[in-house]
Design a protein around this ligand. Structure first.
Ligand code: ADP
Length: 412
């Protein structure tokens, strides 16, 4: 079994509506889509917005996403393409109920919130579109996805880990707000969609390292044990793929060395328990560990030395910044906050967008995504709310630029 395909492959991720029986409609949907693909001279990425395709089947479809293996965003010529279909429905149930201590900020007084872990069954509706909306240099996301798929292929083939190193441990590191956590979640969602043939269920268990350390040290040991015993139950069933996300893994390392804590020995015990448990579950073939860290320098954690892949995620470059801005402007047009205008129609607006993007170099994706609201709040007239007037693109770009300048001034 291999999850990989060659670069002439287009993956077709078909999200179908829950109320219909997938097995009954699958073949006819596939035939209809293939006929459509073959008749089209070039293909868009996302068929959800193409109004007149396959009329009859539309009622079953939530969305159709096409993705080429190498992440090439060009319109595709139809020659020699192989299509690989992945039909899926998003899971209805939130798997959290009772399985894990309730996820949360960890600052509540409730002991059960100390070891924060969220458990979600994938593909989950809240992660739909997450992958597509994370924008990096061409090929970065695809590299990550292929890497994870290769590691799982090795597992499926029971490749001897003593002969070939393969720990199914990925580390994403880089400055805060660059989308590392989101990328891990989006990757887990992708894997759920792409590996359905091998794993009936994909689980995402998110461990918040921060919340492991609170005033409840003496109790956290027990909670860590409970958390991992639940994870082990999931892992024991080889039909499950279990993705364990450890956010801000440096806080584990930090806690280990933090002798300033009031209860260092308890802290140490908890951290060691987590690390030992992680080491144990890592040995299982159906576990993928995804860790994020905001520290650029190496983190002093033994288990991270064995990471199969360390990927640096930095601030977005010019093309990514422009794409993020364009996506946000398009969303505001769809939501009818802005007047609908072609984004590249006017040279003047193109110039403003370029100026905006140039001034945004060195800012994180998280900061960029906050700008439209700031711009709208600060620089547009308040009667707009009452009049329900739509703002023109050039006015809004001006407002964005002002909001950006103010943000930059505040950073100094
Ligand atoms: P990190 O884990 O690196 O601190 P997060 O995953 O919490 O970052 O990302 C914060 C937000 O910033 C996300 O909601 C995401 O939408 C946005 N974001 C960050 N980087 C990017 C990017 N390269 N492209 C699109 N959105 C991004």
């Amino acid at each position: 079994m291999s999850f990989l395909s060659n670069s002439g492959t287009v993956h077709v991720e078909v999200r179908v509506k829950n109320e219909f029986r997938l097995s009954e409609i699958r073949n006819s949907l596939e035939r209809a889509l293939l006929a459509y693909f073959h008749s089209a001279s070039s293909l868009p990425r996302n068929l959800a917005f193409v109004p007149d395709i396959i009329q009859i089947q539309r009622q079953y479809l939530e969305s159709v996403l096409l993705e080429r293996d190498n992440g090439d965003g060009q319109a595709w010529q139809n020659t020699e393409i192989k299509y690989r279909f992945h039909f899926y429905m998003t899971q209805r149930v939130e798997a959290t109920g009772g399985l894990f201590p309730a996820g949360g900020s960890g600052d509540s007084d409730d002991i059960d919130s100390v070891v924060s872990a969220n458990h979600v069954l994938l593909p989950a509706v809240q992660f739909v579109g997450l992958w597509e909306n994370l924008i990096y240099e061409t090929g970065l996301k695809e590299k990550l996805l292929k890497f994870a798929l290769s590691a799982l292929t090795f597992s499926q083939h029971r490749v001897d880990m003593n002969v070939i190193a393969c720990n199914r441990l990925l580390l994403l590191h880089g400055p805060p707000g660059t989308g590392k956590t989101s990328l891990c979640k989006a990757l887990a969602q992708k894997l759920a969609i792409r590996t359905q043939g091998s794993y009936a269920y994909t689980h995402l268990v998110e461990i918040n390292s921060h919340s492991l350390f609170s005033k409840w040290f003496s109790e956290s040991g027990k909670l860590v044990a409970r958390l991992f015993s639940k994870i082990s139950e999931l892992v024991a069933d080889r039909n499950n793929l279990v993705c364990v996300l450890i956010d801000e893994v440096e806080s584990l390392a930090y806690a280990r060395s933090a002798m300033s804590s009031n209860e260092p020995r308890d802290a140490m015990r908890v951290v060691n328990a987590v690390l030992t448990q992680l080491d144990d579950i890592k040995a299982c073939p159906n576990v993928l560990i995804l860790a994020t860290s905001n520290l650029a320098q190496s983190i002093d954690l033994a288990f991270l030395d064995r990471a199969d892949m360390r990927l640096f995620i930095g601030y977005p470059g010019m093309p990514a910044i422009r794409a993020i801005y364009k996506g946000m402007l398009a969303e505001l047009m769809t939501a009818r906050v802005l007047q609908r205008e072609a984004l590249e129609a006017e040279d003047a607006e193109e110039g403003l967008l370029t100026q905006l993007a140039e001034r945004s170099i060195g800012l994180s994706g998280r900061t960029l995504r906050k700008l439209p609201l700031l711009a709208h709040a600060q620089y547009t007239s308040s009667d707009l709310f009452e009049l329900d007037q739509k703002i023109s693109l050039s006015d809004f770009l001006d407002a964005m630029l002002e909001a950006l300048e103010q943000h930059l001034a505040e950073q100094r």
